[in-house]
Design a protein around this ligand. Structure first.
Ligand SMILES: C[S@@+](CC[C@H](N)C(=O)[O-])C[C@H]1O[C@@H](n2cnc3c(N)ncnc32)[C@H](O)[C@@H]1O
Length: 254
């Protein structure tokens, strides 16, 4: 292999920048350390609260019931874990896992303040090398996490390993919107207004620039569906929400 090919193989994208694969995880970590304390507020502001509806739909499709064991992967401040903890009840368990301890601490405090004490455990873990035995979870959900992973396929293989046979995968993330007319307004909002809102609230424009760019670099609905199939899942389907701005992919371990 010549040097050029070798270094191309070692590169990935961080937003619109090309970076070495072994640097991306720490760059993403820095983003979430920076935004953690204002993450929930910013989610509501940037999406006008609509992310709550997208997450509610994700929970609705989860088929999680009392006694289930659920992994909220890249769970951050725990929005999905709150809902899952209610569904699984006292006999089930929710594992809120995230690579970033700042996000995990905010999530843990939020859930404890809500009185959720008994059925959620918190684990710092990398989605690409999950520290759980195979066939552990009835459901694994990744909400707005996948596009931040360095190697998405590796993470999907890792999820496949820890899911029980017939266990359910849920991936909620941004998609490619199916409106043409509103595209310019969406671009204007994403690239010009949204980073400025980020700057006003957090004094940090770069993290929000990365978040917008990472959305544009994320695979479209069909490409992600094929990636999920390639990593061993079956019955893959997806649901566009808000004109495809957000997408929920659902699948099962065979
Ligand atoms: C946009 S936040 C989503 C948080 C939450 N799931 C939600 O929907 O609000 C993305 C999360 O992915 C986490 N993350 C990024 N790379 C990760 C990895 N390799 N493994 C686990 N978590 C990761 C970040 O630390 C961050 O908390």
């Amino acid at each position: 292999m010549n040097m050029k090919n070798k270094s191309e193989k070692e590169m990935t994208h961080f937003g619109f920048q090309n970076v070495y694969k072994d640097k991306k995880t720490s760059l993403v970590s820095n983003v979430f350390h920076t935004v953690a304390s204002q993450y929930d507020l910013m989610n509501d502001l940037m999406s006008f609260g609509i992310h709550r509806m997208w997450k509610r739909f994700t929970i609705y499709r989860s088929e999680v019931y009392v006694g289930c064991i659920v992994l909220d992967l890249a769970g951050g401040t725990g929005d999905l874990s709150i809902q899952f903890s209610r569904l699984v009840g006292n006999t089930g368990i929710v594992v809120l896992a995230d690579i970033n301890d700042s996000m995990l601490h905010i999530g843990q405090k939020k859930l404890r303040d809500l009185g959720i004490l008994n059925n959620v455990i918190y684990i710092q873990a990398d989605a690409e090398a999950l520290p759980f035995s195979e066939n552990t979870f009835d459901c694994v959900a990744v909400s707005f996490g996948l596009r931040n992973f360095t190697n998405k396929e590796q993470a999907l293989f890792s999820i496949h390993r820890v899911l029980k046979p017939r266990g359910k995968l849920l991936i909620l993330d941004f998609g490619v919107p199916n409106f043409k007319v509103l595209h310019k307004i969406y671009d204007l909002y994403s690239f010009h207004i949204l980073p400025k809102i980020g700057k006003c609230i957090t004094q940090d424009i770069n993290s929000y620039r990365y978040l917008v760019e990472s959305i544009r670099m994320h695979p479209d609905q069909e490409t992600l569906k094929n990636m999920i199939i390639r990593t061993g899942f079956s019955n893959v389907e997806y649901f566009n929400m808000t004109f495809g701005i957000a997408v929920l992919h659902c699948a099962y371990k065979c």
